[in-house]
Write a protein that binds this ligand. Structure first.
Ligand code: C5P
Length: 235
């Protein structure tokens, strides 16, 4: 159903990535010879259901981004980058503001999740087409503790906990409303689903790949390089 729905992707890449401790902003750090943001943009572009990919980069990095595209292959779905904001939520809003008017769904993705697979993106988009809102997530592996002042308060049943990933896919009007309400209420969510949940909209969860992790610390680059090498061995 809804086969003709147009889907835009917003790739947020405007963070500084201070925990990454690299000379460049995180999105521009090289992974297997290509910057993280390019891996993410290529993975989303490879999904047939995605008709346009909107990158969001820090204002001072716009020209660096244009320069790296000159050396990349053809990316016909890619829109010109727009400048992000101080926090992730501001960057998502900047991307949402410039989407083509005919897009009904938007898939918001962190450039830092450079290893996302097009098949997983296609899966979450299919569910969002049907249900209106869906995110990739993975069941947590560790036992969780609720902690205050260095003491455990409780050990919740981990079976009901999932770690949110991206892409997170919503109706464009719904996500715009969620962001507007968050601004009006002074709320800062750590992901887009949290803002949509505040509207009372049900968000569906689709199992993502364990290797769709957010590159956060320097050692994550080593792991990501190994995963990419294994993938190309299998290809
Ligand atoms: O900092 P963290 O890794 O949690 O950021 C998640 C994603 O949000 C990254 O891809 C980062 O570039 C992006 N971001 C952004 N604008 C900000 C902060 C983060 O686009 N102001």
């Amino acid at each position: 159903m809804l086969g003709g729905v147009r889907v835009a992707a917003v790739v947020v890449a405007a963070g500084r990535g201070e925990r990454f401790r690299q000379r460049l902003p995180k999105a521009f750090v090289s992974l297997a010879g290509r910057p993280l943001v390019l891996h993410a943009v290529e993975a989303l572009s490879a999904v047939a259901a995605v008709s346009c990919v909107q990158p969001v980069v820090a204002r001072e990095e716009l020209s660096r981004f244009e320069a790296l595209l000159a050396g990349a292959g053809e990316l016909p779905k890619l829109a010109p980058a727009v400048a992000g904001g101080a926090e992730r939520q501001d960057s998502v809003r900047a991307g949402l503001a410039v989407l083509p008017a005919d897009c009904e769904l938007v898939a918001v993705h962190d450039a830092a999740r450079a290893l996302v697979r097009p098949a997983a993106v296609a899966r979450v988009i299919e569910v969002a087409k049907r249900e209106g809102a869906a995110i990739l997530a993975a069941p947590v592996q560790d036992t969780l503790k609720r902690v205050e002042k260095g003491r455990i308060l409780e050990t919740p049943d981990r079976a009901s906990f999932w770690a949110a990933q991206t892409p997170q896919v919503f109706r464009v009007d719904c996500l715009r409303e969620a962001h507007a309400k968050a601004v009006a209420d002074g709320v800062r969510g750590t992901d887009d689903a949290a803002l949509v949940e505040r509207l009372g909209v049900e968000v569906h969860v689709v199992a993502g790949d364990a290797d769709n992790f957010k590159l956060t610390h320097p050692q994550d680059l080593v792991l990501a390089e190994q995963i990419l090498a294994q993938r190309s061995d299998r290809a």
